[in-house]
Design a protein around this ligand. Structure first.
Ligand SMILES: C[S@@+](CC[C@H](N)C(=O)[O-])C[C@H]1O[C@@H](n2cnc3c(N)ncnc32)[C@H](O)[C@@H]1O
Length: 230
């Protein structure tokens, strides 16, 4: 499915969200860096797709006073990775983009200070399996950041967003991407995904500590943070 929509994925993300997706990714980066130690950090961006979060993380790491960030992106969809690679090369950024499965990461234990996943967790076959794998590759004390669609808090926002998400978005998404099923899958998968509190509970049950979340744009999306215990 992601291979089919790869070529139009970025365009649709920015168009259908009115560029809000860029603000969300910048916010992930800012909140993540605030939780990381000073000095060199290694960040794994899981289900990186076309690399927008990996690139934001890399650039914010360079711009911050905190030291160099080494960012690696991983995804199992080659056409998405090809776009990520050419975008990073176009900006002159050295970000390795690796082909691999989020549920069986090709990295050693305790390898990263942080792992991130943006709009990816919802697509995995097992959230619990993913968290086990994220904990394995994180260093003790390392941070996980999960950006995902969530449940808008205000009823009116929930209703209006629901109409947009289930009617307008599949229509335009299907038309522009050429894959109707992909943009019908999007609202379906979001409706099945745990809300803010449920996801926090799943993270805690999986073994993360200091789990917290922040609603973005009234809860249309949420950023969850957690730490691997020391
Ligand atoms: C909605 S896109 C999100 C891409 C990117 N993180 C972003 O913020 O735009 C979901 C991505 O998850 C990837 N994906 C889904 N299941 C995966 C798995 N088991 N292992 C690795 N990548 C996976 C897909 O290939 C796709 O690129």
């Amino acid at each position: 499915m992601f291979a089919t929509i790869a070529a139009r994925y970025d365009l649709l993300n920015h168009l259908l969200s009115g560029n809000v997706d860029k603000r969300w990714r910048r916010l992930v980066s800012k909140s993540l860096y605030a939780s990381l130690p000073r000095g060199e950090v290694r960040i794994l961006d899981i289900a990186c797709g076309t690399g927008d979060l990996s690139i934001t993380l890399f650039e914010s790491g360079k711009a911050s006073q905190m030291g160099e960030a080494r960012v690696v992106g991983i995804d199992f969809c080659r056409p998405m990775l090809d776009i990520a690679k050419s975008k990073a090369a176009g900006f002159g950024l050295r970000i390795p983009f690796v082909e691999g499965d989020a549920l069986d990461l090709p990295f050693l234990d305790d390898a990263f200070e942080a792992v991130t996943i943006a709009f990816g967790l919802r697509n995995l076959a097992s959230i619990e399996g993913a968290f086990t794998e994220f904990l394995r590759v994180l260093k003790p004390g390392g941070t996980v950041a999960v950006l995902e669609f969530s449940k808008p808090r205000a009823t009116v926002v929930r209703l209006l967003f629901g109409i947009y998400f289930t009617s307008v978005l599949p229509l335009f998404g299907g038309w522009i991407s050429g894959s109707k099923s992909a943009y019908r899958y999007l609202p379906d998968s979001v409706s099945r995904f745990p809300d803010q509190k449920e996801l926090s509970d799943l993270m805690t049950q999986a073994g993360f500590e200091e789990v917290s979340f922040q609603n973005l744009t009234g809860g249309i999306a949420a950023l969850h943070l957690g730490k691997r215990p020391n």
